[in-house]
Design a protein. Structure first.
Length: 348
């Protein structure tokens, strides 16, 4: 690192107030928090002074904690506030107001990427291939058909981790689409995005930025080994988080299978373009599908993706020759350089 930090504060989510949320041992010894545990252990191995703070809804307490510790970098692992994912960017806003370097993306980008429709509009305008889609508001829900090819997939607009996505999300008619969209709007109390379903390989591309230089890692792929090739491959909530379901259908992720040189170059360049178009910083993961012509189609961007040693982002970095400790060091370095760039831009 160009300026070696000494004090690192790790911020992480709490589902409820916890008494020992400022004790590093709470994270270092808990296997049920793999990302926090792995990040904290890597920071310790780097010889840095580790502080931690869990966040539920104590904004005032967090502000005082930042003032007391005066960390050189805040490693921001917060995705919620009061258990609500829509406030992910608001935690980063507190760090902005505290004028502290922090890892990952800035508030505007975090809020933007919650909206799958807005992100598709922006990257589509920038020349990235996106599926035909339409967004429906839950507050003024009026279903209308649009120009698209079936099958379609119906999703909650702002949810993450495949919440609200099931096999029933794939529809083959406008009547079925209206029924599913109405269910999502009313049952989940969510705005709805309906888009063309791309029946093809699903690829994940990790992207990192340090000091304005953006690079991508080799793609990872989602595999359905026990599913008939003609059946829809849907990354449902169960497909991502239910181990028994994953085992039954042979669902896993790993290094992407063979890709042509042209497709490899296209998906790499497009991932970097998406990163820039959406104003992302630090690190992110881009999700793609390959259409019938083998061309990448953009699905969504995931700023600050899961970061345990066994998650796709870290494994993609490893396949590029970046060890886990080096990855954490680079993310910290990126936070410091991003803060310097912002300072120069503001003239401070």
């Amino acid at each position: 690192m160009s300026k070696r930090p000494k004090r690192i504060l790790v911020l992480y989510d709490l589902p409820e107030p916890v008494a020992d949320h400022a004790d590093p041992r709470y994270l270092l010894d808990h296997d049920d928090r793999p990302t926090e545990k792995d990040v904290c252990r890597a920071i310790k191995k780097l010889g840095l002074e580790l502080f931690v703070n869990g966040v539920f809804d104590q904004a005032g307490e967090l502000w005082h904690r930042l003032s007391d510790i005066k960390p050189d970098v805040v490693f921001n692992l917060c995705e919620t506030f009061r258990g609500d994912r829509s406030h992910e960017g608001d935690v980063a806003s507190i760090l902005e107001l505290a004028n502290l370097p922090y890892t990952g993306s800035q508030p505007a980008a975090l809020h933007l990427c919650k909206d799958k429709g807005a992100t598709k509009k922006i990257v589509g305008w920038d020349g990235v291939n996106v599926p035909a889609f339409k967004v429906y508001s839950k507050d003024d829900f009026r279903f209308e058909a649009f120009e698209a090819d079936f099958p379609l997939i119906v999703k909650p607009l702002n949810r993450e981790a495949s919440e609200g996505i099931a096999k029933a999300s794939i529809v083959e008619s406008w009547d079925a689409c209206r029924e599913r969209a109405t269910w999502v709007a009313q049952k989940l109390q969510s705005d709805v995005i309906v888009e063309e379903y791309i029946h093809g390989r699903e690829l994940y591309v990790g992207v990192m930025e340090i000091g304005g230089v953006i690079k991508s890692f080799p793609p990872r792929e989602l595999f359905f080994d026990k599913l008939d090739k003609e059946e829809p491959m849907v990354a449902t909530y169960k497909a991502k988080w239910d181990n028994n379901y994953r085992s039954r259908w042979g669902i896993s992720t790993g290094r992407a299978g063979p890709l042509s040189e042209t497709i490899s170059k296209t998906i790499k360049e497009a991932s970097i373009r998406v990163f820039s178009s959406l104003g992302l910083t630090g690190y992110a993961r881009m999700d793609w599908r390959l259409n019938e012509s083998g061309e990448p189609v953009f699905l969504e961007a995931n700023p600050n993706p899961a970061l345990s040693q066994d998650d796709d982002f870290a494994l993609a970095a490893k396949s590029a020759g970046v060890s886990y400790g080096e990855l954490i060091a680079r993310i910290i370095e990126s936070a410091i350089l991003s803060e310097r760039i912002k300072s120069r831009a503001s003239g401070t």
